[in-house]
Design a binder for this molecule. Structure first.
Ligand SMILES: Cc1cc2nc3c(=O)[nH]c(=O)nc-3n(C[C@H](O)[C@H](O)[C@H](O)COP(=O)(O)OP(=O)(O)OC[C@H]3O[C@@H](n4cnc5c(N)ncnc54)[C@H](O)[C@@H]3O)c2cc1C
Length: 354
């Protein structure tokens, strides 16, 4: 039997813990369908979404492949964010071409070899790119990617918070396990979208969420084109007013959340690739909530049937959140199965096998 009845018949409140990309997207989509939603966040204390650069890219440059489920994720992403822009009355979704500047001869060869492959070709733009030489050093050349862009996540989160606050359906505070048990006992549905930091008395001890530290810089960069995102190993996203977000770093096993010297690698790469001078106006760091197989985590608890999880968005939260929020909602309303690649039970099954 489906967990949720139709919105007009459903009596339970859906309580979402965590208002990052996962919780905001799930909450807004459920609200849009007519469900009663209440969101809690502890003030973005451990938020990954507040730090994220917000970029999406249908291709992986490591091996020049279409990224996992890119076609489905992109179409759901466009449909969802444009609908949510309408609902919230703000503009945060910015599709934009992406200029790939080949960092070495190997990347240039890979592009030449694979860009006509049917898997990759739909996302390659053969447009002549004007004035790249004016802005970038590109000894190995460059190419354009279609279907990329960036989401202004901070604006998305702030507008979502204001939207739910205006309906008295948002509270800023830390939620503890005891409170979740009390809500479940009164028949509410609770979904934990709480990112990388497990709460004390974690209900999901079978589900390993790992952390990957990332750092981003905001640069003041005069004279650079703002028509496209650029990627030369690191990326630059035009934010407007000569500001650019530059990132990012990847550190497995880092224990502290503080900005560090590691971000110097971003600075060095920008200095090497961009022909304009820049200054750093901001430096932030956070943890990405990741999984060993780099797939999201969702599903309902087996001992607490009213408790769900939506997590593990890793480094691709912008692209993954809309599709998998909808996937979760279809599971709750139509009892359709959760894809096994993203179901939290995969971790338990793997552990039992080994
Ligand atoms: C440096 C960096 C750059 C990145 N760049 C990109 C990018 O360009 N594109 C992209 O797609 N992704 C990017 N990411 C990844 C992206 O940030 C994540 O995929 C995404 O933000 C995860 O969202 P989430 O909602 O699952 O978690 P979070 O954003 O961490 O949200 C969880 C929220 O729950 C709150 N919370 C936790 N426990 C409780 C509790 N007990 N009670 C109340 N509230 C609680 C937290 O404070 C937080 O606000 C980047 C990440 C980093 C660190």
């Amino acid at each position: 039997m489906a967990q949720l009845r139709s919105p007009s018949e459903e009596k339970s409140v859906i309580r979402i813990i965590g208002q990052g990309l996962a919780g905001s997207t799930l909450g807004l989509l459920l609200h849009d369908l007519g469900y009663k939603v209440f969101i809690y966040d502890n003030g973005y204390k451990t938020s990954s979404s507040r730090i994220a650069a917000g970029m999406w890219n249908p291709l992986s440059f490591v091996n020049l492949k279409r990224s996992w489920m890119a076609d489905q994720l992109l179409s759901e992403m466009e449909r969802t964010y444009t609908r949510l822009e309408e609902l919230l009355g703000v503009s945060f979704f910015h599709p934009m071409p992406l200029l790939r500047i080949f960092p070495d001869a190997g990347s240039a060869n890979l592009w030449e070899e694979k860009s006509l492959h049917p898997e990759v070709q739909p996302y390659i733009d053969s447009l002549e790119i004007p004035n790249v030489d004016e802005h970038f050093h590109q000894p190995f050349g460059s190419g354009f990617v279609k279907g990329a862009g960036w989401l202004n996540i901070r604006l998305y989160l702030e507008s979502t918070r204001a939207f739910f606050s205006s309906k008295n359906a948002f509270e800023e505070r830390e939620i503890q396990a005891e409170e979740i048990l009390a809500w479940l006992a009164q028949g509410d549905l609770v979904v934990q979208c709480s990112g990388w930091k497990p709460m004390p008395n974690n209900f999901w001890s079978d589900v390993p969420v790992h952390t990957n530290k990332g750092q981003v810089l905001t640069l003041q960069l005069n004279g650079l084109t703002s028509e496209y995102i650029s990627n030369f190993g690191k990326f630059l996203i035009p934010l407007g007013n000569d500001l650019y977000r530059a990132g990012s770093t990847y550190e497995h096993g880092a224990l502290d959340l503080l900005p560090s010297e590691v971000a110097k690698e971003i600075e060095d790469d920008v200095a090497k690739s961009v022909k304009h001078s820049f200054s750093i106006v901001d430096h932030k760091s956070g943890f990405r909530p990741t999984t060993i197989d780099r797939q999201p985590i969702l599903g309902m608890h087996d001992q607490h049937p009213g408790l769900g999880i939506f997590n593990g968005l890793g480094s691709r939260g912008v692209m993954l959140a809309p599709f998998f929020a909808k996937h979760f909602i279809t599971h709750l309303t139509e009892d359709s199965p959760v894809m096994k690649e993203v179901h939290w039970k995969r971790f338990r099954e793997r552990r039992n096998k080994s």
